[in-house]
Write a protein that binds this ligand. Structure first.
Ligand code: PEP
Ligand code: MN
Length: 365
């Protein structure tokens, strides 16, 4: 991976007590002064909640749907600042949004998933942020493109924003699932690996698309050592003007937060003196055996390739491949291995074997 042009500074804004998550909560959209204030007052009682969120400009899939109240709603958020201890956050998608949000003294900004996909829009937001010191959270793009996510973080960072964070909100997927957006947790995990200083929080509401599934996703995010959560909360979700199905009522958020199991990310586990350390040493040793076995397997694949070349046989022998796959899946079942895991591994092995044998075919004699 090339060097990243991100100036990373600690997110001083992550005021959380101990291991508790940093929580941003509030309605998908600011709809009315009453709705905003009623929600904010309820959230003000929950110590984990640090920031009140509300969408003011809404990126809707189709026109002629509710596209947000716009600038007048910023006044309601100012009231939240006055009446509660909560900071307030809005989504910005262009320079005009940034200017209005800053003029109205918003505390935190976020870039939405449909903006992160477009470098022109992200650059427009970044240019409007030059010289401003405000925390900015960048949601993942709707497509699972880690480079696009990193690129957006870089653009905002280059504008001089130092309090930068990332929000994992899942990805559009063709595959049918109970969730509105596929979590693809490994994309967020890879972002954490590449940019360990950037806090990553999870938005289980937009992953779930269903209020009943938010809790399990929030717990999963905690188990993946994410720094916090962004959760959509509405006093009367059924009547919400956007994302009605996925919003939860304040008392449900309170229960969700109270029920979260927060585990330690680190601690022991790196020496032979403790159980986790010993288990990790065992798994390291098995990994080396696996890699050596794999190297031997690929040597045989090359020998088979040479045989096929000498005997003028095609690389792909579809009947043999089907037999191998069925046989290994059966074996996997017998020894208690997950079939999906084994199938994924064999699909990869087979496509790599074809690549190796093509190389062999093309070798000069
Ligand atoms: C939102 O937070 O309401 C929103 C529009 O989310 P996303 O950008 O994740 O779709
Ligand atoms: Mn929403």
């Amino acid at each position: 991976m090339e060097t990243l042009s991100i100036d990373i500074f600690p997110q001083t804004d992550l005021k959380k007590s101990g291991n508790r998550p940093y929580v941003i909560a509030g309605p998908c959209s600011a709809e009315s002064q009453e709705q905003v204030l009623a929600t904010a007052r309820a959230l003000d009682q929950m110590t984990d909640v640090q920031v009140f969120r509300a969408g003011v400009w809404k990126p809707r899939t189709r026109p002629n749907t509710f596209e947000g109240v716009g600038a007048p709603a910023l006044k309601w958020l100012q009231q939240v600042q006055q009446e509660t201890r909560l900071a307030v956050a809005v989504e910005v998608a262009n320079a005009a949004h940034v200017e209005l949000a800053l003029e109205h003294g918003m505390d935190v900004l976020w870039v939405g998933a449909r903006t992160t996909v477009n470098p022109f829009s992200v650059q427009d937001v970044a240019d409007a942020l030059k010289g401003v010191d405000i925390p900015v959270w960048v949601k993942n793009p709707v497509n699972p493109d880690l480079q696009l996510w990193i690129g957006a973080l870089e653009r905002i960072s280059k504008a001089g924003i130092r309090r930068l964070g990332a929000i994992h909100r899942g990805f559009t997927s063709e595959q049918k699932s109970a969730y509105r957006n596929a979590p693809k947790w490994q994309v967020a995990v890879e972002l954490k690996r590449l940019l360990p200083e950037i806090p990553v929080i999870c938005d289980p509401s937009h992953i779930a698309g269903d209020g009943g599934l938010v809790r399990e996703l929030a717990q999963k995010a905690m188990d993946l050592a994410m720094s916090g959560l962004m959760i959509e909360v509405h006093p009367d979700p059924a009547r919400a003007m956007s994302d009605a199905k996925q919003q939860i009522v304040p008392s449900d958020l309170e229960q969700l937060l109270a029920g979260l199991k927060i585990r330690k990310e680190n601690g022991r586990g790196y020496s032979a003196d403790d159980e986790l350390g010993r288990l990790r040493q065992r798994s390291n040793a098995i990994d080396y055996e696996l890699l050596e076995t794999l190297a031997r397997r690929m040597d045989v694949v090359r020998d088979i390739g040479r045989y096929k070349k000498r005997n003028n046989l095609t690389i792909l022998q579809v009947k043999r491949w089907d037999e191998v796959l069925q046989d290994r899946l059966e074996k996997a079942g017998e020894i208690g291995l997950d079939r999906h895991l084994v199938e994924t591994i064999y699909q990869l092995l087979h496509s790599h074997a074809i690549k190796l044998q093509s190389e062999v075919m093309n070798e000069e004699d």
